[in-house]
Design a protein around this ligand. Structure first.
Ligand SMILES: [Zn+2]
Ligand SMILES: [Zn+2]
Length: 172
């Protein structure tokens, strides 16, 4: 046995193994580093996309807010206009009924356009908003209920009907 030679061989082999191990470790490290780098760049990309989305969401929100507010205001306005139109047309209809009743009285040459309470022909006609019957200006101040339909006139006062007065004056 040549111990010196054997030892030399052994040392040589050990050196080769250490080098090989080192290379393997380095290769693995490189692989892992590459994976980490890739992951980091992907994560940065995603973060950037999230930021962009957030910015556009914020912009959309600030753009939409005044528009929604404006639309709600328009809706409320339209609703109140519709309500007042409905109310006006109702008033107009009642005045029309009142006027038609007088027209009929005139056509039949009846004295039905006298005040039903004092039987005088009034200068001013005050109509009930509920039943469209009328009284004169003097009697209006003496009643707190409509003599025809019992409507409380404090809650719903009689209203002067000038169209009716004109019509009666023309036909007098
Ligand atoms: Zn009267
Ligand atoms: Zn009435």
């Amino acid at each position: 046995m040549d111990w010196a030679r054997t030892r030399g061989c052994f040392e040589e082999a050990s050196k080769v193994i250490v080098e090989a191990k080192g290379k393997i470790v380095k290769d693995e490290e490189d692989k892992i580093r590459k994976i980490i780098e890739k992951f980091e760049s992907k994560s940065n990309q995603i973060n950037q996309q999230i930021k962009t989305l957030q910015t556009s969401l914020e912009k959309l929100d600030s753009d939409m807010r005044p528009r929604i507010k404006h639309q709600n205001e328009c809706l409320a306005k339209a609703k109140s206009e519709l309500d007042s139109v409905k109310m006006e047309s109702l008033k107009f209809k009642l005045a029309e009924i009142c006027t038609l009743t007088v027209e009929k009285s005139i056509q039949t040459e009846n004295n039905d356009f006298e005040c039903p309470i004092c039987n005088e022909i009034p200068d001013e006609y005050y109509c009930c908003d509920k039943c469209a019957n009328w009284v004169c200006q003097k009697c209006k101040n003496k009643i707190d209920k409509c003599p025809f339909c019992n409507q409380n006139l404090i809650e719903l006062p009689l209203r002067r009907n000038k169209a009716l007065e004109r019509l009666i004056n023309i036909n007098r």
